[in-house]
Design a protein around this ligand. Structure first.
Ligand code: HSE
Length: 300
C-alpha cells in the first residue's frame, strides 16, 4: 500500500512578518510517496529532482525526520519507505524543505489511517525545519500544510491562525539561480531591533492582516514593508532594489524577499499585472545575465 501527497511552495515572512507570516502558492511543490515496509524503521528509498544533493540518512532528510517525529507519538513499530519527488529548487527561499516534510507527513498520516488532525502535524514538520536550517520556524510549514495565508501568533504554545485570502490576489515568484541557505541568511540578521523599528514593523503586520481581511489592496500595499530582515538580506540578492523600484508603477502591490531568499515575491491585484511584473523582473535579470525562473500563481 502506498500513499502519495503533494505540498506547495510557500512564501515565508511576507515582508513584515518575520517568522510569523506565510502563504502558499498553487501547483508548484514537492510530492512524497510513503509505503509500508517489512523492515522496521523509516527509510528514504528514492529521491528524484534534487540533482543528487539531498541526504538519504533518515536523521538528516527532512521527510524522514518529520515522519520519525510523528511515529514517536504513535505506537507504531512497523516500517515505512519514502519516495521523494522534488519539484522545488533547494536553497531558493520557496519553502523547499517544508514542502517535503509536509507532503511526507500528510502521506504517512493518511497511510496510517489519520491518527492525527491536520494541524497537529505541524510540530513534526517544525522538527524537520530545525534539521534543515537550525531553527524550528513554522512560517513555511504552516501554509504548506493549511494553505492560504497563515499567522503564527505564538510559538510556545503554538498558536496558528489561518487568515483570509482576498479575491484576485496573485503572486509572482522570481527565482534567481543562486543558492542561499536559510542558516546563513539567518546569521546575517541583526540580533537587536530598535524600539522605532519594532513599532514600524508591528504597524505593518497589523496593517497587512487587516488588509487581507478587508480585501483592501491599498492597505496591503502600504503594509508590505520590512525594516527588520530586508535591509540585511537584500544586499545578498542582485537586482533586488531594481525590481522593487520597477514593480509599483506597473500596478503591483509590493514585493519582498521570499523566506530567506534569494527568491523575490511580488503581490499583484490581478493575474494580468502579475505577468506584467514578471516581464519587468525578467528584463532586470537579463541585463545582469543572471538566469531566473518565474512563476505566477494565485494564493491557495
Ligand atoms: N522565517 C524564515 C526566515 C523563513 O526568514 O529565516 C525561511 O524560509
Amino acid at each position: 500500500q502506498k500513499v502519495t501527497a503533494f505540498a506547495p511552495a510557500t512564501v515565508a515572512n511576507v515582508s513584515c512578518g518575520f517568522d510569523i507570516l506565510g502563504f502558499a502558492v498553487e501547483d508548484l511543490g514537492d510530492k512524497v510517496s510513503v509505503s509500508l515496509s517489512d523492515s522496521p524503521g523509516v527509510r528514504v528509498k528514492t529521491i528524484s529532482g534534487d540533482k543528487g544533493k539531498l541526504p538519504y540518512e533518515p536523521e538528516k532528510n527532512t521527510c524522514s525526520v518529520a515522519i520519525m517525529a510523528m511515529l514517536k507519538e504513535l505506537d507504531f513499530s512497523g516500517g515505512l519507505e519514502i519516495d521523494l519527488y522534488k519539484g522545488l529548487p533547494l536553497g531558493s527561499g520557496m519553502g523547499s524543505s517544508a514542502a517535503s516534510a509536509v507532503a511526507a507527513l500528510v502521506a504517512a498520516n493518511t497511510l496510517l489511517g489519520n491518527p492525527f488532525e491536520k494541524k497537529d502535524l505541524l510540530p513534526f514538520a517544525m522538527e524537520s525545519e530545525r534539521i534543515a536550517c537550525g531553527a524550528a520556524h513554522a512560517d513555511n510549514v504552516s501554509p504548506a500544510l493549511l494553505g492560504g495565508f497563515v499567522l503564527i501568533r505564538e510559538y510556545q504554545p503554538l498558536d496558528v491562525i489561518p487568515l483570509h485570502v482576498p479575491r484576485g490576489l496573485y503572486c509572482t515568484l522570481v527565482h534567481p539561480h543562486l543558492v542561499l541557505n536559510t542558516y546563513d541568511s539567518r546569521s546575517v540578521l541583526r540580533r537587536n531591533v530598535s524600539l522605532q523599528d519594532a513599532t514600524t514593523q508591528s504597524g505593518n503586520i497589523a496593517g497587512l492582516v487587516a488588509g487581507l481581511f478587508q480585501e483592501d489592496m491599498a492597505l496591503i500595499s502600504r503594509s508590505l514593508n520590512d525594516v527588520i530582515a530586508e535591509p540585511s538580506r537584500s544586499v545578498l540578492i542582485p537586482g533586488y532594489d531594481e525590481v522593487k523600484e520597477g514593480i509599483k508603477p506597473a500596478g503591483a502591490l509590493g514585493c519582498g524577499i521570499s523566506g530567506s531568499g534569494p527568491t523575490i515575491f511580488i503581490l499583484s491585484p490581478s493575474e494580468e499585472i502579475a505577468w506584467e511584473v514578471s516581464r519587468l523582473a525578467q528584463n532586470v535579470f537579463d541585463k545582469m545575465q543572471l538566469p531566473i525562473d518565474l512563476y505566477v500563481s494565485a494564493i491557495n
